[in-house]
Design a protein around this ligand. Sequence first.
Ligand SMILES: [Zn+2]
Length: 366
Amino acid sequence: MKKISLILFVLSWSALAWSQEKATEFPIRGLCIGTPNPDKVPAFIKFINEELGPRQINTLIVRIDFKYQYESHPELRDSIALTKTDVKQIVNACKRNGIELIPQINLLGHQSWAGRTSNLLRVYPEFDETPWVEMPAQYKWPNDDGLYCKSYCPLHPDVHGVVFSLVDEICNVFESMAFHAGMDEVFYIGESKCPRCSGHDKAELFGNEVRKIRDHLAASNRRLWIWGDRLIDGKQTGLGMWEASMNNTHRAIDLIPKDVLICDWHYERPDKTAVYFAMKGFDVVTCPWRRPAVSASQQADMANLRTTATAIMKERYKGIVQTVWSDAGSFMDGFYANKKDDKGTDNTPWHSFNTLFTKAKVKESR
Ligand SMILES: [Zn+2]
């Protein structure tokens, strides 16, 4: 009898493995990438048509930030920025390929990078959560100020009037029903020297900001997507200050509306935090980066979760989004040349992308 049970167990397990979903079968199959420069738009459209479409990618998050010629706030435009015509070409390519296009502007955190202040705080320095922290001539981490990226002050009375104009304009031109607000790696929040935020609970500040953005989008039937790291306890999980929170914002997970979609990024290990978000009631996508072996595990985990979860939980495991932390032009260069990384290995976002998403077989025609 034991032998028969064992055989049955092996058979059922093989059947499970055999029927395991691939990334191309998940409800959300995405790519998150930096905006192409205007001269790379034609190549990017070719890439959408020839690579994203045939791989059944159905979600494209474009990290646009200030790289668009905003009409609502021209003072915030980057010097090199897409025109409306550029964007409409991308919109049309996505439509033709059945891809949902989602713009991203970093809200709250990531208002500077290394030694450079981004446009919002450069033009509106009064929104700076830490105006006393000067940008260093030569950026180094770690540093005495704990400066990774600047944040805007979520309690400044004028900040949302400006950023929501950008959000509305970019969602309109992208014709998008969702918006990605970033909100990752927020280290400066609720600073004791901020006259508005001092003494406030950091989880409440973070949670209230998420809710404010979510409510603004919901008024136009749009959905908020964010990175998940601020909602994970970095100390208890051992995940640390980057891919989780060490400044108590993690309690905001119980304060934010459940219809916010969580992009759960982990790049070094296939951490199983998608379960945490799903159990809290959130839709979640797992986001790999540049380690194909990790990406393959993350894909298998997502498939297993979707196979073994209750019907309610299964609905929340939405799929996988490959993240790319360069602009589209650099990614396409690496992708088409099949470049190795600087150590001569295949640990690159394009190798991860190819691991996750393979082109559908083209039907032979006579
Ligand atoms: Zn403040």
